[in-house]
Ligand binder design. Structure first.
Ligand code: COA
Length: 395
């Protein structure tokens, strides 16, 4: 079966989470992604960032599957020359350095489009390449805070309490997915018109776009606190028998918790029937399931048609029979760690499936292959580059 991007070469100058997630999506859809790192290794390979497994952090292993890697000093003129030769052969360049960094290395879009006019150049950053905050460095939490998510998160836990940071790096992975989607779109555009383009993906722009609360404000003119007060009022009326009752949230059971999203009318009617009541009371429902095990409570609510899930640790999710049945894990082999299971590409496509086939690369693991196969260097020339420190392999 063919992969969607099997004829596409990507030069991946990304680090941390945002950029690597984006290029891994392309790699899992079949693109040949060549990760370009400095000879001293990117942030995912330094012990100061946490424990290393096979020379890299667990997060690095999560975010760099299916990629090749070269380690090349781009501040060395010879390294820069090699990189530009690779740009001539590439379809896409992706980078998520702070704005200005690529330009300082002599690798801005204006330079690379001269080298390869069809190149698709995606610049991923916190605030974009233009605007008053363009030069600011950023991580997921920064964009989440700017777009109102930290306030929402805090209000959800305690309306009177402080804002809270979200877990999961939504502010990296969601904009990273957006970047991958637009890169695929730009490839389609290039194939139709012959033109490359610059793609400017800002975490903050994407998080503003993901924030439905913004439209709520723009449509109603009411801020979050006013809307919260209105919601509370409505809820009180409903509890007094005035309308559809919602039973939702995290409920305690005998051996843990379940998460119930009890706002499906059909399911609520069935729940009344099963419990033998005219009206549903949140406390009565809680009481009804309190002594059940987590599995029993999940079965109870899924049987009445209410959306429900066991509240898992991530480690427990890896053991769930449904997640397993959906092929969410795939065994791969790492040169230093041996065999282990990696997370598979999540979306199932009948004709052109994405898949995970190889480990996150070692530093410079594909140096020799890339310079010899793509650029026609000899083994001696490659050894010379290593001797001069222009390229390096990890230990
Ligand atoms: C994440 C971030 C804060 C990290 O900051 P940082 O580690 O100081 O990295 P920068 O992007 O500023 O710069 C990287 C440096 O490595 C150098 N570098 C990178 N690859 C290189 C290579 N192959 N050879 C030589 N030097 C290299 C760059 O030239 C730059 O050096 P400089 O500081 O002398 O200009 C910053 O990159 C950023 O804000 N990125 C955009 C938002 C983002 O993606 N955030 C991460 C979300 S997970």
């Amino acid at each position: 079966m063919k992969s969607i991007l099997e004829d596409i070469k990507v030069l991946d100058m990304t680090h941390v989470w945002f950029g690597p997630w984006s290029t891994m999506m392309l790699a899992e859809m079949g693109a040949e992604v060549i990760k370009v790192e400095p000879p001293w290794g990117g942030l995912g390979r330094i012990p100061q960032q946490g424990t290393l497994y096979g020379g890299a952090s667990a997060t690095f292993h999560h975010l760099n599957l299916n990629k090749k890697a070269i380690a090349i000093d781009l501040k060395n003129p010879e390294g820069l020359k090699i990189f530009k030769e690779l740009v001539k052969k590439a379809d896409v360049v992706v980078q998520n350095f702070a704005p200005g960094t690529m330009e300082r290395m002599g690798l801005g879009y204006d330079v690379l489009k001269e080298v390869n006019p069809k190149i698709i150049y995606a610049a991923l950053s916190g605030f974009g390449q233009t605007g008053p905050y363009a030069t600011w460095a950023s991580y997921a939490v920064i964009a989440e805070a700017m777009a109102g998510f930290a306030k929402n998160q805090g209000m959800n836990v305690d309306p009177e309490g402080p804002p809270l940071s979200m877990t999961g790096a939504f502010g990296d992975l969601a904009p990273g997915t957006m970047a991958a989607m637009c890169i695929v779109g730009a490839i389609r555009y290039r194939d139709k018109t012959g033109k490359g383009q610059m793609i400017d993906v800002a975490q903050t722009d994407c998080m503003v776009a993901y924030q439905t609360g913004i439209t709520n404000y723009l449509v109603t003119g009411k801020d979050e606190l006013e809307r919260r007060a209105e919601q509370e009022e409505r809820r009180k009326q409903q509890q007094g028998g005035g309308g559809m009752m919602r039973i939702s949230g995290i409920l305690e059971v005998s051996d843990g918790h379940i998460h119930l999203a009890g706002w499906r009318p059909k399911g609520m009617e069935k729940l009344k029937e099963v419990m033998g009541v005219e009206e549903l009371e949140q406390d009565a429902v809680k009481e009804h399931v309190k002594t059940m095990t987590r599995d029993e409570a999940v079965k109870f609510f899924s049987d009445v048609g209410l959306p429900v899930a066991p509240v898992y640790w991530a480690s427990e999710a890896t053991k769930d029979p449904h997640v397993r049945a959906r092929d969410m894990f795939v065994e791969i082999e790492h040169p230093k760690m041996g065999k282990y299971e990696a997370v598979n590409f999540p979306v199932k496509m009948s004709e052109s499936p994405g898949k995970v086939t190889s480990h996150a690369p070692l530093l410079g693991e594909h140096n020799k292959q890339v310079v010899m196969e793509y650029l026609g260097y000899t083994e001696e020339q490659y050894d010379e580059l290593k001797k001069k420190g222009v390229m390096a392999e990890g230990v």
